[in-house]
Design a binder for this molecule. Structure first.
Ligand code: SAM
Length: 299
């Protein structure tokens, strides 16, 4: 698998170096190139476990888990049962009590021993997964890795609601975001700014701050007290819970239901479609609409 960014960035160091074989820059670039080539297949796999249900991991992810000798999984959100189902023979670490250096040390030792390592993250690893710092550390160590996507919880929540998030003439945009917690959110992405668009919003990591979230969303101007909101707690887990309402009453409903964490908040007029009826249908299956795969009929 070619990755253009790294190779092309390093090319100038090689082409501008002296060619007598003694230039240290040229030599380390050569070492880097050999190590990168040797590690191309990857010894560490960052795998998305999906939102919870064991059968929502991808086939590729499940196959990698089955062949793994060591698994480090995010124990606060991934079910240990899922890990044991697919990787019963592997040595298993729960990363919830580990610091970055410990995680990397465990990976490094396993790779040095020739083991196949799966780092299992909840949902999709690229969404609030903190994988970048792990990949950066592996890059520095010259350890190859691959990333396998997973079903992110926003889409698991939409499935639980049986709800399309992009509807013609309502919203064609989904914004994935979160309320600011201990991790800062850049000021230009403050919820009240994002709330000027009226798009469908998927809010992660925010249910504990739902009252402030409502105020921020109303301050944006595009949503009103009547804008539909759905909160899906532990989507796809046996104790999944759905709470529906509007911006005016969702905070109270969520508090009454006792939902304080691991919940997805979806906001936007698209969520009202099944109650209010659709504004417009998509052109894709319209009888009169022609496209590459079908000739439309003239009405
Ligand atoms: C650290 S983030 C990880 C997100 C994950 N990478 C993903 O793609 O879903 C954790 C947050 O994801 C959301 N989340 C994760 N699993 C969930 C589930 N099964 N149901 C609802 N929300 C979930 C919650 O908002 C939770 O606070």
């Amino acid at each position: 698998m070619a990755k253009w960014g790294h190779a092309s960035c390093f090319t100038p160091a090689i082409t501008h170096g002296r060619t007598n074989g003694k230039n240290p820059i040229l030599f380390s670039a050569l070492l880097w190139y050999i190590s990168a080539t040797m590690n191309k297949q990857g010894n560490v796999y960052f795998v998305g476990a999906g939102p919870g249900a064991a059968d929502l991991i991808t086939v590729r992810g499940a196959n990698l888990l089955s062949g793994a000798e060591l698994v480090i999984y995010a124990g606060s959100l991934v079910d240990r049962q899922l890990v044991q189902t697919y990787a019963g023979q592997a040595q298993i670490y729960d990363s919830s009590g580990m610091a970055l250096t410990e995680i990397i040390t465990v990976m490094l030792d396993a790779v040095a021993a020739g083991q196949k390592v799966v780092r299992l993250h909840t949902g999709d690893p690229s969404v609030y997964g903190a994988i970048q710092e792990q990949m950066e550390a592996l890059d520095r160590l010259g350890i190859g890795y691959e990333v396998v996507p997973g079903v992110t919880s926003a889409f698991a929540a939409a499935a639980a609601l049986k709800q399309e998030l992009t509807l013609p003439e309502v919203s064609q945009t989904i914004i994935i975001t979160r309320m600011e917690g201990r991790t800062p959110v850049p000021e230009r992405e403050a919820l009240r700014h994002l709330a000027t668009h009226g798009a469908t919003l998927a809010l992660y990591l925010s249910v504990g701050m739902i009252e402030t979230m409502v105020q921020e969303l109303l301050a944006g101007g595009a949503y009103t007290a009547a804008t539909p909101v759905a909160v899906v707690s532990r989507a796809t887990w046996p104790d999944e819970l759905i709470v529906e309402g509007c911006l005016a009453d969702i905070a109270g409903k969520v508090q009454s239901a006792g939902i304080t964490k691991q919940a997805m908040i979806l906001v936007g007029d698209a969520l009202g479609a099944w109650r209010q009826g659709m504004k417009a249908r998509s052109l894709l299956y319209d009888e009169t609409f022609s496209h590459g795969c079908r000739e439309g009929t003239v009405a």
